[in-house]
Design a protein. Structure first.
Length: 445
């Protein structure tokens, strides 16, 4: 045992030993903090024992009770029709309600047929995907680690991993022609893995800001590149940010309808797939902040033991940071997932967004606008991007606000992101007309 191992809490050592036996590659992927993490056998575990065995009196719970339920104020509970005080006001377990975790797992299997027969962990509930990304960072991202992403990316990744954890984000070109640049990805993967024991890869599809989901052929090419690199000996932590999963419109041709997680789980010992998703966008409940992290180890035969150890470390990270995610949000999402009408309701909202996306696809690509911008391929999600011509994107953004009352996002000196998710169909063409006018006004000086 090394000196650093000897200094660990015995519970952390126990989890690391379990990983060493079940998946030594995953143990090597852990950050220094990840190696130190454990779930304490303290108040929570003692309280769980008491809940099961204290038949006379249970004085372990850190809440106030009355008549066998959490104490509550009627002025608060009056707004929660159909939800009991216990399902609203009590603490949730650190990894989330067991019924919610099971229902989300069932949803993953239903929507990702390639997952059937594979061994993967029970989804862990997070305070939406941003918290999930930070949680995965705690376990696997250390100072100086390298994270590979496409150059069209959500800016919060840099804050989460570079600023908070001291990692280095490196990028590759997102697009080649009308699709995802799989060759640039494979090249960047090989170059950044050279001389490194571990590389972290973060792929976000449907993508924010571009609204692009790979085609099935592109998905297979991405998978092949990752498996080839794993076979060369690089330990790959592959994070799949699936925030906009399910919002597929197939503009310009068919896209994937499964997560890359389903293609990567149990494929190689050196590859750990991690799915990050949530009710946030998929169920249109942004403010409920309900997300999930799911581990897909490379060794299917020992996945249960691997996921149990990672689950305990994740619960320790959650316990040490936010204690747990809100019970009320979890209750609402669990009840919604059990509803017989939820699939039809989601389909109706997706169809509404698809109609908007099709209108944007038609309008943004109209010949009369070609002198003002090029349209990046998009087919899914909430967003699309354009590359403006002859003007600075940030200056254009401010100009549109000041002169036209139009709010857009500049993501680079050339790129503008449009969230068609929050536009009515009748608003789409006038918006692009104003955008075109703004470009022309700036060009004219």
């Amino acid at each position: 045992m090394t000196a650093s191992e000897a200094s660990l809490n015995p519970l952390a050592r126990e989890l690391n030993t379990a990983l060493e036996s079940a998946a030594p590659e995953v143990l090597a992927m852990l950050s220094p903090l990840g190696r130190r993490l454990y779930f304490p056998k303290g108040i929570l575990s003692q309280g769980a024992e008491a809940k099961a065995r204290a038949k006379r009196f249970n004085a372990t719970i850190g809440i106030a009770t009355e008549n066998g339920t959490p104490m509550y104020l009627p002025s608060v509970h009056q707004f929660l029709h159909g939800i009991s005080p216990g399902d609203a006001f009590n603490y949730a377990p650190p990894a989330g309600r067991s019924d919610l975790r099971e229902r989300w797992r069932e949803k993953l299997l239903q929507e990702n047929p390639s997952l059937r027969g594979k061994a993967f962990g029970q989804p862990i509930v997070t305070s939406a995907i941003t918290h999930g990304l930070a949680l995965v960072g705690d376990l696997f991202v250390g100072e100086g680690d390298r994270i590979l992403l496409p150059d069209k990316l959500w800016g919060n990744y840099r804050l989460t991993y570079e600023i908070r954890l001291g990692a280095k984000v490196v990028t590759f070109p997102f697009y080649a022609g009308r699709g995802f640049d799989t060759e640039a990805f494979a090249t960047a993967l090989s170059e950044n893995a050279a001389g490194r024991e571990k590389l972290i890869v973060l792929l976000n599809f449907p993508n924010n800001p571009t609204g692009y989901m790979p085609t099935p052929a592109e998905g297979e090419a991405i998978t092949r590149a990752l498996l080839a690199q794993a076979a060369k000996g690089t330990k790959l932590v592959v994070m799949l940010d699936d925030a906009y999963f399910g919002l597929f419109y197939h503009l310009g041709g068919p896209s994937m309808t499964e997560s890359l997680f389903a293609l990567l789980a149990n494929r190689h010992p050196n590859l750990l797939a991690i799915k990050l998703d949530g009710a946030t966008k998929e169920l249109f409940v942004w403010g409920l902040r309900c997300g999930f992290v799911t581990f897909g180890p490379g060794r299917g035969e020992t996945a249960e033991a691997t996921c149990a150890a990672l689950d305990a470390k994740a619960r320790g990270a959650i316990r040490g940071a936010i204690s747990n995610t809100p019970q009320l949000s979890q209750t609402i999402v669990a009840k919604a997932l059990a509803s017989s009408s939820i699939d039809a309701e989601r389909k109706q909202k997706c169809e509404l967004l698809r109609v908007r996306a099709e209108k944007v696809y038609e309008v943004a690509g109209a010949p009369r606008f070609r002198e003002s911008w090029d349209v990046y391929p998009f087919n899914s999600g909430y967003f699309m991007c354009i590359a403006v011509k002859g003007v600075d994107a940030e200056k254009l953004r401010v100009h549109l606000l000041d002169r036209h009352g139009v709010g857009l996002i500049s993501t680079s000196p050339t790129d503008i992101r449009i969230a068609f998710s929050c536009l009515e169909v009748a608003e789409i063409e006038p918006l692009f007309e104003s955008l075109h006018q703004g470009v022309q006004e700036l060009r004219a000086g």
